[in-house]
Design a protein around this ligand. Structure first.
Ligand SMILES: [Cu+2]
Length: 166
């Protein structure tokens, strides 16, 4: 949902605004972004006592056979090209997870806090996933790396908005 709203805003802004001038795109200075992601169990074996339907769902022939549903919270992260992300990964329970981007991977042992640094070098939409096969494809999210030009267009659009009536 958050991605959809951000994308809609970006598309609307880009469609309505004039192209950013070179001086505007040069204004963005990449910065440090502190991002904390927590691995969260949603539909897992330990919850069969609370959610009785899970026993059948997780059993052989069930809709979650061989799988468990975990998520990353938050499941989307938005930054700007050139930013340096300082990740803190919190894995509060005993299953091992991993955080994997196309060019970055961190193992997340159970009951641990793990840190990692990543530079968002190119604008784009990147999927992050957990490397544990039984957690795929559900345990995933999106890293949105905006271009400096997109940031300039959004800022220009905000500047051009009429002031609220008094
Ligand atoms: Cu996982």
């Amino acid at each position: 949902m958050r991605i959809g709203m951000s994308t809609a805003l970006l598309v609307t802004t880009l469609a309505c605004g004039a192209p950013p001038r070179a001086s505007e795109t040069a204004r963005y200075v990449p910065r440090r972004r502190d991002v904390t992601l927590t691995t969260v169990p949603y539909l897992v074996r330990e919850m069969t006592g609370v959610l009785p339907f899970l026993k059948e769902a997780l059993a052989k022939g069930g809709v979650l056979e061989g799988k468990e549903v975990y998520g990353f919270v938050p499941s989307s992260v938005t930054v700007v090209e050139g930013d340096t992300l300082h990740f803190t990964f919190i894995n509060p329970e005993d299953d091992v997870h991993a955080f994997v981007l196309p060019d970055f991977a961190v193992s997340l042992p159970g009951q641990s806090v793990t840190t990692g640094t990543y530079v968002a070098r190119r604008a784009g939409l990147y999927r992050f996933t957990c490397a544990i096969v039984s957690h795929q494809p559900m345990m995933a999210g999106d890293l949105v790396v905006l271009s400096p030009a997109a940031i300039a267009a959004i800022a220009a659009s905000a500047d051009a908005s009429p002031s609220p009536a008094r």
